[in-house]
Design a protein around this ligand. Structure first.
Ligand code: 1HN
Length: 374
């Protein structure tokens, strides 16, 4: 914007302008001259903030929730979601998501519990933090889940869960709820009969893709979930292969989960990655249009996000907002699972990326984040 003269600045503050602004607002009309500086940022200025929720806090609150709620009593899923403090109570619909586009939560299912089937127009995914012996049933296919597995439930597929094992199961959920809500595309339907019964073999898609990069004939046609469960042992194989070569300076050793029929992101609107940072590795800083929610799957270290130091360890969750500078440092061998909205940015052709040049690609640290219950 060009320089505004002192005379114009004073005029804009005069009662002629402020009275007029007030006047038109009575008729549900908005003054663009007030709105422009608020909404036309030179670069993305998200309301979502960098934030971290500690493993201790999540475990404590989940244990309390387990005393109070069951999936039958108090809702369909025992899930606690991450409310970004920058978004809390500011969203027009009165609830806060984790980033502008992503809802992320922790869900716990106890032995013997069932979560009834339903379907919705949001795309969903799960990353398993702890436990085994529970299955999710997606369109009649029981998919057994184990630590480190990544599962997708793209939009409109019936899905429910049941725990046949003996230890609590804890996983991360992520959905594109805020995106679908804000564009007016929300549909939700409970299954009429509780938990859907199986009608195809257990772990069907996982078996069909056991070979990895060989694809069953006919699967070149797009389907939403040709592979529904990306097993940890296959993900780690992919990372171990990369580790035979030099790490990427900004991403170390990172793989993306993809749909084998298209090569695009496993979920249509949510990108997902597993990143390995060897002990002592320090990535160079970058920023990009898309936002990211991380779960520390293994290890410990810290990230610097817009100059603020965030310590993290196994079980913590943290948010990198749109266009925030960030870099990661591992104190131990670490594995970070992450969910991003890059497919949405790509769909709108909004993605941009920058690498920090100065100071050998490292930010100045100006403060430290203190997590609750660390
Ligand atoms: C959902 O279907 C699940 O299937 C988890 O476990 C969280 C949040 C909002 C709407 C649907 C699940 C959800 C959800």
């Amino acid at each position: 914007m060009s320089e505004v003269s002192q005379e114009i600045k004073e005029f804009m503050k005069s009662s002629i302008v402020t009275d007029y602004t007030k006047d038109i607002q009575q008729y549900n009309l908005g003054p663009l001259w007030e709105a422009i500086p608020e909404i036309m940022n030179k670069t993305p200025k998200p309301q979502a903030e960098a934030y971290l929720w500690s493993d201790e806090l999540i475990k404590k609150k989940m244990a309390e929730a387990a005393e109070i709620f069951t999936p039958e009593r108090g809702g369909e899923r025992r899930a606690i979601y991450f409310q970004n403090p920058g978004l809390t109570y500011r969203q027009p619909w009165g609830w806060a998501s984790t980033t502008q586009t992503i809802y992320a939560a922790v869900q716990m299912l106890l032995p013997g519990e069932k979560a009834p089937s339903h379907r919705h127009s949001q795309n969903a995914l799960r990353f398993i933090s702890e436990g085994s012996g529970a299955y999710t049933i997606v369109q009649g296919q029981r998919i057994f889940m184990e630590e480190g597995d990544f599962l997708i439930t793209p939009k409109n597929l019936w899905h429910g869960h049941e725990h046949l094992g003996t230890e609590p199961m804890i996983w991360m959920d992520a959905l594109d709820i805020p995106t679908v809500y804000s564009i007016g595309g929300t549909f939700f339907e409970p299954y009429e009969d509780g938990l859907q019964q199986p009608n195809i073999p257990d772990n069907f898609t996982e078996k069909r893709y056991r070979g990895g990069m060989v694809r069953p004939l006919g699967d070149d046609k797009y389907t939403v979930a040709p592979l529904a469960n990306y097993k940890w042992n296959r993900t780690i194989e992919g990372i171990n292969g990369l580790m035979e070569f030099d790490p990427d300076p900004h991403h170390a050793f990172t793989v993306e989960y993809i749909n084998p029929s298209t090569g695009k992101s496993a979920n249509p609107t949510l990108g997902t990655r597993m990143q390995h940072l060897p002990r002592g590795f320090h990535t160079k800083a970058l920023r990009h249009t898309h936002s990211t929610v991380y779960q520390v799957h293994r290890g410990s270290g810290h990230s610097v996000i817009n100059g603020i130091h965030f310590d993290w360890k196994k079980g913590d969750y943290f948010v990198i907002p749109n266009w925030a500078w960030y870099e990661h440092v591992a104190s131990e061998d670490s594995y970070l699972f992450s969910v991003n909205d890059l497919p949405i940015m790509d769909r709108f052709d909004l993605e941009q990326e920058q690498f920090l040049e100065e100071n050998n690609g490292h930010q100045k640290v100006t403060g430290e984040f203190k997590a609750a219950f660390r």
